[in-house]
Design a protein around this ligand. Structure first.
Ligand code: K1U
Ligand code: ZN
Length: 172
């Protein structure tokens, strides 16, 4: 397992649409292991493969609290079915948009169809934080960031600050 660097906005790679996975094999499981280790190290509660520069439709997640046993989840080729009509506001963050948080409105519940770590098809009914996180990570697979759900003014301010921080880091 390895911790891989997480790409941050405005890197154009984050705008790529990720490609479906053909087969869940040992090479893909090794990618998922690296993603999970990278996510735990960050730390975060979710990670899409494109955030480490791999444009595959793969997500890892763990919503267990600090004092709970780890509960890793793996989603390959996930699809959202039946998003609810009622919406919920939640304050989101993103490892690719470090240190910014803002409220995003999304369907409160959804059903997710996906392949698990062993390549078996699964259906999951998600609500609460699980629904928020899976929809946030699904956006990454389409090249969408949570800041795209904010006003243009807020988004441009955030991107300007991130670019400035990256310029300063490169110069030091
Ligand atoms: O996609 C990502 O970059 C991961 C992101 C997931 C997410 C968080 C909040 C709402 C929606 C999606 C994060 O994990 S940001 C970090 C974070 O939320 C967190 C970090 C440590 C402990 C608890 C939460
Ligand atoms: Zn994110």
């Amino acid at each position: 397992m390895a911790i891989r660097p997480i790409i941050t906005a405005p890197d154009p790679l984050l705008r790529e649409v990720s490609k479906p996975v053909d087969k869940v094999d040992d090479e893909l499981r090794s990618l998922m292991d690296d993603m999970l280790e990278t996510m735990y190290d960050a730390p975060g509660i979710g990670l899409a493969a494109i955030q480490i520069g791999v444009p595959k439709r793969v997500i890892v997640m763990d919503l267990a609290g600090e004092d709970e046993e780890p509960e890793p989840r793996y989603f390959v080729n996930p699809e959202i079915l039946d998003p609810s009509e009622d919406m919920r506001l939640y304050e989101e963050g993103c490892l690719s948009v470090p240190e910014f948080f803002d409220e995003v409105e999304r369907p409160a519940r959804c059903r997710v169809k996906y392949l698990d770590y062993d390549g078996n098809e699964q259906i999951l009914d998600a609500e609460g934080m699980l629904a928020v996180c899976i929809q946030h990570e699904m956006d990454h697979l389409e090249g969408v960031l949570f800041i795209d759900h904010l006003s243009r003014l807020k988004r441009e301010r955030i991107l300007k600050k991130l670019k400035k921080e990256q310029r300063l880091a490169a110069a030091s």
